[in-house]
Write a protein that binds this ligand. Structure first.
Ligand SMILES: N[C@@H](CCC(=O)N[C@@H](CS)C(=O)NCC(=O)O)C(=O)O
Length: 251
């Protein structure tokens, strides 16, 4: 199978799709793109949208982690990403939707807010990436990229504070999916691959990790993305983190 995946290094939905390709045993080539510049490149190579993950496979172009999951399932049904049982499939698809529509973006916004305060962690998040220039140079010249990405993702104070207020509820939901067996079961499914990278990315932030690592959501991330690239030192105002301290972490 001829597959090329376009990613932004450390992008959580990009890592989700990499896990899916590995699960299916589909070999692929990876093109690493810098944020912002990615949009122009994706258009230039013929994708209709401007976000990663974007996959060229067997001559087709598919964009978006959920769309790609379905295309992979169609092209190579085994091992499956979706349970065969209709009720289980419904539950897994709902968790997958939650991961894509509710969990991904707050974590993306918190990360970009952090990058605005301190760009130096970009180097770690780009570890192992081949972006066509030395990583050190990319990091030194990244100020406009960070500013544009933060703006594009609306990573302003108000949204980031709201994200931090939402985060405990989002983590509770992930823990509940683990408790009910929708996530973290013996046979990994599409929702595991969708959600674990978002939690893994959140755990790269020193500000967030303590509230996540000892709960089922943290265990899920460690199982699927034990070596998530990147690390952001504390950057968030301590008072914004109060919602995360409001509740003892689940065992
Ligand atoms: N929900 C979409 C999200 C796609 C998305 O927003 N990707 C981000 C990276 S995580 C992106 O391409 N951003 C463009 C940029 O940063 O310039 C999916 O799961 O595919």
């Amino acid at each position: 199978m001829n597959a090329r995946l376009y990613v932004i290094p450390a992008s959580h939905p990009s890592i989700a799709v990499q896990l899916m390709l590995e699960h299916k045993g589909i070999p692929y080539k990876r093109t690493d793109l810098l944020p912002v510049i990615s949009k122009g490149v994706l258009r230039a190579v013929g994708f209709p949208g401007i976000t990663v993950p974007a996959l060229k496979i067997e001559g087709d172009k598919v964009q978006g982690s959920r769309q790609i999951a379905r295309e992979l399932e169609r092209l190579r049904p085994e091992p499956p990403l979706f349970p065969a049982d209709p009720e289980q499939r419904k539950a897994v698809e709902e968790a997958e939707r939650f991961g894509d529509e509710e969990l991904q973006h707050p974590i993306r916004q918190i990360l970009w807010w952090g990058m605005k305060k301190d760009r130096s962690p970009l180097r770690g998040y780009s570890e192992g990436a081949r972006i066509g220039m030395p990583i050190g140079l990319a990091v030194k010249t990244a100020a406009p990229i960070v500013a544009l990405s933060a703006r594009f993702n609306e990573a302003d104070d108000e949204n980031t504070r709201r994200d931090l207020e939402l985060l405990p509820g989002l983590l509770d939901k992930v823990d509940a999916y683990v408790a009910s067996g929708v996530l973290g079961g013996e046979r990994p499914n599409v929702a595991d691959f969708q959600i674990a990278p978002s939690i893994g990315l959140a755990m790269t932030l020193d500000d967030l990790r303590p509230a996540i690592e000892n709960r089922p959501a943290g265990e899920l991330a460690r199982r699927f993305v034990p070596n998530y690239p990147g690390k952001m030192p504390p950057v968030l105002p301590p008072e914004w983190l109060a919602p995360l301290r409001g509740k003892p972490a689940a065992a």
